[in-house]
Design a protein around this ligand. Structure first.
Ligand code: BGC
Length: 415
């Protein structure tokens, strides 16, 4: 009997090695999670993939916001050497699909029941021609303001609930020799601050008309001018060395008390927690002044690659990232909240719970909005056109009225 079994095993092994030699699921994954908190989160994904028999080949591309990663991805795909999976989000998922280079994940989605596990607002971003072509890992909120709790206590200021309060708190801090706003002068960071100010000053409907519908009269409105006015005021609250600074170094300035506030999505919380800081004690979180919720969903899209190992790797990755265990562990590290409906939040902190609560409220009152600065609202050309104006204005003495005219002209050109 033993002989017989051994014979079968040998025959099977010979068959496999003579054929395509299936070595198990493998994935080469391109992403831009390279800061302290991000790398910890990515490590959780690698661990889960490997624990399920996968072999992970990491392709991290440094650079917050992912601009460098997207350039690297384009180069890889153009040279006919697409990675198995890549961190891609928002409408650029459908842009890649229209190039005919993405793999279909519908079989995994059906088997796992993604239609019932994902909110429709998120599921829609993951579909191409009605079928799943990407898997969501989280929901990041962009409109957050972070603060060093000690610095605020020493200055006798509370978390601002209006932009006027923010401006007056910043003046107090300046008077004490503390940098009010930790900021990195990179275009995507300027855009991040700008969109939270736009939401706060203009409100959800204004935001939607301007950055989702590209309504020219709203882009060129007095309200938009007021948004640029507030950006000009905030330029006075950053330190002289802000140009080119990475976002996580700006977060570090809040962590060590050199600066009081940072306006940044909740990936910043991943930096605070990676540095051993506790929310409510060492640092504070609040949504930026105004109503609404700006969401930014990270996701993986898979490329149409050949090879049984790679295809198995794609399916395994897609299945795991939407799984409850991954959605919990990853997001606890990343600062975001799970995308999967019903994932228990008992291990999450008050910032995450506020995010989940606010997201639900916002989805019920039309104020759940896609972040333009993080590629959720517009295709690349239009988002880039807006960001160019925002960053030119922030880094010069351009008048707000000229910035508004430039914004309208840039969008006209990009259409
Ligand atoms: C991504 C986050 C990332 C952040 C900074 C955002 O666009 O969605 O996952 O942590 O950029 O790199």
């Amino acid at each position: 009997m033993r002989q017989k079994i051994l014979g079968i095993v040998t025959a099977v092994t010979t068959f496999i090695s003579a054929g395509t030699a299936f070595a198990g699921p493998e994935a080469e994954v391109l992403h831009w999670w390279t800061s302290g908190g991000e790398a910890r989160s990515a490590a959780a994904l690698v661990a889960e993939f490997e624990a399920n028999g996968g072999t992970w080949q990491d392709m991290p591309v440094a650079g917050g916001g992912g601009d460098a990663a997207m350039q690297a991805l384009r180069a890889r795909v153009l040279s006919g050497n697409a990675p198995t999976a890549a961190q891609i989000k928002g409408p650029s998922i459908q842009e890649w699909y229209s190039q005919g280079v993405l793999a279909d994940l519908d079989d995994v989605a059906k088997a796992e029941g993604w239609d019932t596990l994902l909110p429709a607002s998120i599921a829609n971003h993951m579909k191409c021609g009605g079928k799943y072509c990407a898997a969501p890992v989280n929901v990041h909120r962009v409109d957050w303001i972070w603060a060093n709790a000690d610095v605020l206590a020493r200055a006798g200021i509370d978390m601002p609930t209006t932009w006027a309060e923010f401006n007056s708190a910043a003046k107090t801090l300046l008077g004490m020799g503390i940098i009010p706003l930790a900021h990195g002068g990179q275009a995507w960071q300027d855009a991040t601050v700008f969109e939270t100010v736009a939401l706060g000053i203009g409100g959800p409907e204004f935001f939607h008309k301007a950055f989702v519908e590209l309504d020219m009269s709203v882009l060129g409105s007095d309200t938009m001018e007021a948004v640029f006015d507030q950006m000009r005021i905030m330029r006075g609250f950053v330190d002289p060395n802000f140009s080119g600074r990475d976002w996580n170094l700006a977060t570090a300035m809040v962590i060590n008390g050199e600066a009081a506030f940072q306006i940044m999505g909740d990936w910043a919380k991943g930096e605070f927690t990676a540095a051993g800081k506790s929310p409510g004690k060492d640092f504070l979180c609040a949504s930026t002044p105004g109503a609404g919720y700006l969401y930014n969903v990270d996701s993986f899209a898979m490329f149409a690659v050949k090879g049984a190992d790679k295809i198995a790797g794609q399916k395994l990755l897609a299945k795991l990232v939407v799984g409850e265990s991954f959605q919990t562990v990853f997001n606890l590290n990343k600062g975001s909240i799970p995308a999967r409906i019903g994932t228990p939040l008992d291990k999450f902190d008050y910032c995450a719970r506020q995010s989940a609560y606010d997201m639900e409220v916002a989805s019920g009152n039309d104020s759940l909005l896609p972040s333009y600065a993080h590629g959720m609202a517009l295709r690349g050309a239009q988002a880039g056109a807006i960001t160019d104006v925002v960053t030119n204005h922030f880094n010069s003495d351009m008048k707000s009225s000229d910035a508004v005219k430039a914004l309208v002209a840039a969008i006209k050109d990009s259409l």
